[in-house]
Design a protein around this ligand. Structure first.
Ligand SMILES: Nc1ncnc2c1ncn2[C@@H]1O[C@H](COP(=O)(O)OP(=O)(O)OP(=O)(O)O)[C@@H](O)[C@H]1O
Ligand SMILES: [Mg+2]
Length: 307
């Protein structure tokens, strides 16, 4: 992407005792776009974003957020950057959402309207309840509201929709899309591939503290040799003659009984070879479909957990 980055991470390393949580990570998050950071549990996502938020100190490497050093320039960055911690952590448990949001709003020059935000996130019923008595999902919504109330230019959301019910998840997605339309830079971590597909302009997959792959969802799923053809036929077909007819790089598998999948660089010739093989063997390739590999396939491969 050809936009100057809102976040620039170069050679970032963070250790906790013998654990290396972030292991020389270099990556940029583009300005005015939504970046989804994916990766297995313990990959170093939270550690990375919390270093960007100025909440943790790196062991080495260089991090710039809106051109500033998040630790040294915290006072300058705080009004410009919204933060939602994982599981909505970090609030005084006795406070009520309405009071906290009203208080936060006062700290900013052009805040959003606390009441409207409460309405938007379905928090009307819980706004007057101490945070410690809210459900996990309600607390998380309050945390999201707190991250957004100051109308930040850049917002870090650590698993914003984890554990939310489907309606609230949709509402949150809508809110994030609106932020994007307003030119806000959003960096979100998630385990939900469909969330990344729906929202992200840019996807960053990290594994064991390092960058595995990055790109737009389209770029990631459109690589050479990344086509998939699926079709149905009788179970346990002998696929050896099909393998012989297709290019060597093509993979043919029976993924479910009677469900076949060809992974290859798909072109019209390959498709013709396949259908002609089917005709020779009297197979009506039911539900034949030509598609791309999914972002989930890319993720599983990038993080070493491909089937
Ligand atoms: N405060 C800490 N003290 C010691 N080790 C830590 C601390 N915080 C994180 N770690 C370790 O650092 C590694 C990366 O953790 P991190 O929370 O950044 O992962 P994550 O990618 O956010 O995972 P998840 O998807 O589960 O949220 C893990 O091995 C974790 O155990
Ligand atoms: Mg995390």
């Amino acid at each position: 992407m050809n936009v100057s980055p809102a976040v620039d991470i170069d050679g970032l390393v963070k250790r906790y005792g013998h654990t290396t949580a972030v292991d020389g990570l270099s990556v940029r998050f583009p300005a005015g776009a939504v970046t989804a950071v994916l990766g297995p549990n313990g990959a170093g996502k939270t550690t990375t974003v919390e270093i960007c938020e100025g909440l943790r100190r790196a062991d080495s490497g260089r991090v710039r957020v809106l051109g500033r050093d998040p630790l040294r320039d915290g006072a300058v960055l705080r009004p410009r950057v919204g933060v939602m911690l994982q599981e909505g952590a970090g609030f005084y448990p006795g406070a009520r959402a309405i009071d906290m949001l009203t208080h936060l709003a006062r700290l900013h020059r052009t805040p959003l309207d606390a009441d409207q935000l409460i309405e938007r996130l379905g928090l009307r019923q819980s706004a007057g309840t101490p945070l410690r008595r809210l459900s996990g999902g309600q607390r998380q919504r309050v945390a999201l509201a707190a991250a957004l109330i100051g109308r930040p230019e850049l917002v870090f959301l650590d698993e914003p929709t984890a554990g939310l019910d489907p309606h609230v998840r949709r509402a949150t997605w809508d809110l994030i899309s609106e932020l994007r339309s307003d030119g806000v830079t959003v960096v979100l971590t998630t385990h939900l591939i469909d969330e990344a597909e729906q929202l992200a302009d840019h996807v960053v997959i990290i594994d064991a503290g390092r960058l595995a792959v990055e790109g737009s969802p389209q770029e990631l799923t459109a690589g050479v040799g990344d086509g998939v053809i699926t079709f149905g036929g009788p179970p346990r077909l002998d696929l050896s003659s099909l393998r012989a007819a297709l290019p060597e790089t093509a993979e043919v598998r029976e993924v479910t009984p009677g469900g076949y999948q060809v992974t290859a660089s798909v072109d019209p010739h390959l498709l013709a070879t396949l259908t002609s093989w089917c005709a020779t063997h009297d197979i009506l390739a039911e539900g034949l479909q030509v598609g791309r590999r999914s972002l989930e396939d890319i993720y599983l491969e990038a993080t070493g957990r491909a089937r």
